[in-house]
Design a protein around this ligand. Structure first.
Ligand SMILES: [Zn+2]
Ligand SMILES: [Zn+2]
Length: 318
């Protein structure tokens, strides 16, 4: 299961209701901030997530509406010791601009307040957790080295408690070892194989994030069958020519990709203030009904075939 929290959902410039691009993907103890538009640090505070463990940042591309917030965030980290290290991942061009911003403008020769690593990514898996992989894939937009990100839980075999009970396997380390694929020897001498208590392999949840993008034909394979696709929808079809010109998506184009790759759910973001949200939604839903348009501070649980919105502030109901 992954969680995604939208911090900024506006295209190009902020609106009264929408901040600039930023979202957090959460999995176990991991938090990945994807893009960091201007004002993101305040959105992090308002969301209640806080800065703790916000130490991995994935950049989709180097346009200013996706990176300017890094300067303010680092400036704050220079005053508050809230994280142990900061890792920023992105394509070559995006990182050049991020380097200029952070080292040329913010730090200007000063030492970063914590170890600060800029990792240039290429196509392929670049981070592996215990039970998930994070893969980058190329995305066509204005400027080079733009990337999308695919979060994939590793497939796993579910533990079957009924079978374990029938075999009198005690609760505790024995069961844990079996879940981890190791045979165990019980106190009575019997050897139990993982196959005895594990069901058939089930694929893990897959969440894909695509930032600004002007072409989808090369994305169908990498996105095939994803449980949730997050993608920009800057334009409506009535301005498809402008979308082409600036290498952006229309809501219809985004929905067609979701349909073509058999995604289960679609979340649209990077919304232009020139349109009404309901028009964006209607255009996409006409093609792909399982569509939502993200708003700032929307939070979702992404599970196999399932997308559930949840409240970030259950205690105060706001
Ligand atoms: Zn943008
Ligand atoms: Zn862009």
């Amino acid at each position: 299961m992954f969680e995604i929290v939208f911090l900024g959902t506006s295209a190009s410039a902020p609106s009264i209701h929408r901040g600039l691009s930023a979202q957090v993907v959460i999995h176990d103890e991991y938090r990945f901030l994807i893009d960091c538009g201007e004002g993101t640090q305040r959105q992090i505070l308002l969301s209640g997530l806080g800065f703790k463990r916000m130490n991995r940042i994935l950049i989709t591309h180097g346009h200013l509406d996706h990176i300017l917030g890094l300067a303010g965030l680092l400036s704050t980290f220079m005053r508050w010791e809230t994280i142990d290290s900061l890792e920023i991942y992105g394509g070559k061009w995006a990182l050049e601009r991020v380097r200029d911003l952070l080292f040329g403008v913010v730090l200007r020769g000063a030492q970063p307040p914590m170890p600060l690593h800029l990792y240039e990514i290429e196509t392929g898996m670049f981070l592996e957790g215990d039970d998930f992989n994070l893969t980058a894939f190329p995305v066509w937009h204005r400027g080079p080295d733009c990337f999308g990100y695919l979060f994939e839980e590793k497939p796993r075999r579910p533990f079957l408690p009924d079978k374990a009970e029938a075999l009198n396997i005690p609760v505790g380390p024995c069961r844990r070892d079996l879940v981890n694929g190791q045979p165990v020897t019980l106190p009575d001498g019997r050897v139990i194989q993982p196959d005895d208590v594990l069901g058939p392999e089930k694929p893990g949840t897959r969440l894909v994030h695509i930032g600004d993008v002007g072409r989808t034909s090369d994305l169908v394979d990498v996105c095939r069958g994803v449980d949730t696709m997050v993608i920009e929808a800057t334009y409506l079809e009535e301005e498809a020519e402008m979308a082409r010109q600036f290498a952006h998506m229309t809501a219809k184009g985004a929905a067609e990709l979701a349909l073509d790759c058999e995604a289960k759910h679609l979340i649209l973001t990077h919304i232009s203030r020139r349109y009404r949200e309901r028009d964006v939604l209607a255009e996409a839903r006409a093609i792909f009904p399982e569509t939502v348009v993200a708003r700032d501070f929307d939070a979702f649980q992404v599970k196999r075939s399932d997308l559930t919105k949840f409240d970030l502030h259950p205690e105060d109901g706001s």
